[in-house]
Design a protein around this ligand. Structure first.
Ligand SMILES: Nc1ncnc2c1ncn2[C@@H]1O[C@H](COP(=O)(O)OP(=O)(O)OP(=O)(O)O)[C@@H](O)[C@H]1O
Length: 212
């Protein structure tokens, strides 16, 4: 179980997150909806350890559980090939990179087909799949995804969603910030982030809740 307790964040005097609490069980996918600027990326950034909260805590029940974060902007180096990006990420850990587990992830996400291509010549979908593969190779217990389906074609979306369903089916947990209805289809619970507060959507009209 991953527990978020009373997280708060201000940027100077602007309050972005206010008393955010949440629990994610193994195998659960939580959807995070909110208008642009509502604080979704800020919350994921804090939970990934990249940003510091003003107050509150987050933790796993099991202390050795791990988190991987797929940010909105791809974190790849454009001048390098896919393989060189992976090698850079996993420098000093080549045995891990060459393990059967890693090779199976690359195959499942279809990344093996373009590993030798330079990132700058890859499509948005290819870069997204490569970035997701880099996250998955860490064998995370919790995956934080910021807009994983943005600007992807239907086939690529389906491939990624199928992969994420398999991941939660095997006990992985996800928190996904998204504007895409497709991504909501794999969520067990959906929350709206508005005015710094998190409210469970409970099958409501999301658009109306975002407007209200
Ligand atoms: N480093 C920063 N300094 C000051 N304000 C910031 C900073 N980062 C984000 N903000 C502000 O915090 C608010 C929340 O931003 P955030 O990126 O978390 O929203 P979001 O819900 O992810 O938006 P989007 O849907 O557009 O990605 C916005 O008003 C933004 O301008």
């Amino acid at each position: 179980m991953f527990t978020v307790n009373d997280i708060g964040k201000n940027y100077k005097k602007k309050m972005v997150l206010n008393h955010i609490s949440l629990q994610v069980a193994p195998g659960e996918c939580i959807g995070l909806l909110g208008i642009n600027g509502s604080g979704k990326s800020t919350l994921l950034g804090i939970l990934s350890g990249g940003l510091r909260q003003d107050h509150g805590t987050y933790s796993f029940d099991e202390p050795d559980n791990t988190v991987s974060f797929l940010p909105q902007e791809n974190p790849l180096i454009p001048e390098l090939s896919g393989l060189d990006n992976l090698k850079l990420w996993y420098s000093g850990r080549s045995a891990e990179l060459n393990s059967t587990y890693s090779l199976s992830i690359l195959k499942k996400l279809g990344v093996d087909a373009f590993l030798h291509q330079k990132v700058s010549t890859m499509s948005g979908g290819m870069k997204k799949r490569l970035s997701l593969a880099i996250c998955m190779l860490e064998r995370p217990d919790l995956l934080l995804l910021d807009e994983p389906l943005a600007a992807l074609d239907l086939l690529c979306k389906k491939g990624i969603l199928d992969y994420l369903k398999e991941y939660t089916g095997n006990g992985g947990s996800i928190i996904v910030a998204t504007h895409e209805e497709d991504a909501l289809s794999i969520c067990n619970r959906i929350y709206i982030l508005k005015d710094g507060l998190l409210q469970e959507a409970n099958g409501a009209d999301y658009a109306a809740m975002l407007r209200a």
